[in-house]
Design a protein around this ligand. Structure first.
Ligand code: ADP
Ligand code: ASP
Ligand code: MG
Length: 412
């Protein structure tokens, strides 16, 4: 039997009515002759509520218990989806991660999928089950503890199942009808893309476009899983949505294909550190050991053998960064005069494969921002993206200005 993976995000299973709607789509694919693996998220808002309960109970929580709590939202929707399908006379059953068993690394709250044995589910398909409904976002460690895959992780569950079972396609049903040139909630001029290259989607996701979890795009690219993003609210259309595919499958595209943003960034400066070999290694080694995800880095020109070292990280990691550098200073591992934190910045990025062969994109980006009077605080570039750190109050303005400057409302 050909097989499809269909993933429904939180808004698509937010109420019993919406679960029924999603189940109807699944029923249609079964009628079309497919076996289906359905991956469900928790009902919209549920995971946030669970995370809030954990943080209120225990601010420095044990990540294993965090996972035990926050994984539970998906258990509810998996069971409800299976029941809804049964009510429609579609043979279905639910599976929690450990029942599959989806095996993960022991890094709680950010676990990686290590293995998905197909035997248990395939045995049930062979016995006549048409739909396996699997709770997304969760798995089980070697030790037998429940682990979650990081926020947005159900996308990754879906792609991993598609790869493991050799699915014809992985369809991600969400609350927008595809991948846009930028977040359609920020710019009304955002344009839906029919196709986007894996590499561009990977950059957009890792730079903040949360429509797909970054790791899900990595897996789709590695295992060549055709990945489609589409809306669960629109009428059935076999050509709907955006296909994430190989670059070669895309005929025309703009130099810049999308603008991404990450709202909650902080800029941290260690003032007056010694400018000599080994200092950067000591500082960033300290931060890495402290569990801080450092993103951008700049080092100023030094004066009299001392310099300032600036880096960015998510705002919710500033306290951790501060503690890590203070402890390292007390132990004499690093030395600085002061720590200056700017908590009110955001990161804006432009992404496009076309940048490989076009020059002047950075100049055009900086020009567009300066025309709006927006000051750039930090810049980083790679082959197909340019990112800047700016004051958070300019986020919407900057996204719109860049969308206009690169003509993204029109196809290239
Ligand atoms: P789900 O709950 O279905 O997983 P998410 O909220 O995780 O949905 O992701 C969908 C959201 O991603 C959209 O509502 C949209 O606001 C946001 N988004 C950000 N950037 C983009 C983009 N470039 N294209 C489409 N959606 C985007
Ligand atoms: N429910 C989880 C979250 O909100 C996983 C997901 O929806 O992908 O992060
Ligand atoms: Mg999501």
């Amino acid at each position: 039997m050909p097989l499809l993976v269909m993933k429904f995000g939180g808004t698509s299973v937010a109420t019993l009515d919406r679960i029924r709607r999603a189940a109807k789509r699944v029923g249609r694919e079964v009628a079309n002759g497919y076996d289906v693996i359905v991956i469900v998220s928790a009902m919209a808002g549920k995971t946030n509520e669970l995370v809030g309960w954990v943080e209120e109970t225990s601010p420095l929580f044990d990540a294993r218990e965090y996972d035990a709590v926050v994984s539970s939202g998906e258990n509810v929707t998996a069971g409800l989806m299976a029941l809804t399908l049964q009510e429609m006379d579609v043979p279905a059953r639910s599976w929690q991660g450990w029942q599959v068993p989806l095996k993960t690394s022991p890094v709680h709250a950010a676990a990686r999928i290590e293995e998905i044995p197909t035997h248990n589910i395939n045995t049930k398909f062979a016995e006549g089950m048409k739909v396996a409904v699997v709770a997304g976002f969760q798995g089980v460690t070697e030790e037998g503890r429940i682990a979650t895959l990081g926020r947005g992780g159900s996308d990754t569950t879906a792609v991993a199942f598609a790869a493991a079972f050799g699915a014809e396609r992985c369809d991600i049903y969400t609350d927008v009808d595809g991948v846009y040139t930028t977040d359609p909630r920020i710019s009304s001029k955002a344009r839906k893309l029919d196709k986007i290259a894996f590499e561009e989607m990977l950059e957009l996701a890792s730079l903040g476009a949360k429509v797909l979890q970054t790791r899900s795009v990595e897996l789709a690219m590695r295992y060549k899983v055709p990945l489609r993003v589409l809306s669960s609210f629109e009428e059935y259309d076999p050509n709907a949505g955006t296909l994430v595919c190989d670059e070669e499958e895309i005929m025309e595209s703009n130099v810049v294909s999308g603008v991404a943003y990450s709202r909650d960034e902080a800029k941290v400066t260690l003032v007056s550190v010694a400018d000599r070999p080994g200092v950067a290694a000591a500082i960033f080694g300290t931060l890495s050991d402290g569990g801080v995800n450092v993103d951008m880095i700049i080092q100023n020109i030094s004066e009299e053998g001392r310099t300032d070292m600036t880096f960015s990280c998510p705002t919710n990691q500033v306290a951790r960064a501060d503690r890590a550098v203070q402890e390292a200073r007390e132990k004499g591992l690093i030395n600085y005069h002061d720590v200056v934190v700017d908590n009110d910045v955001c990161k804006i990025s432009v992404v496009g494969i076309g940048m490989r062969s076009h020059t002047g994109v950075a100049a055009q980006m900086f020009d567009a921002l300066s025309s709006e009077g927006i000051n750039i605080k930090v810049i980083t570039t790679s082959e197909i993206k340019i990112s800047v750190l700016i004051d958070r109050k300019y986020l919407e303005l900057a996204v719109q200005a860049l969308h206009d400057a690169f003509g993204l409302e029109k196809a290239g």
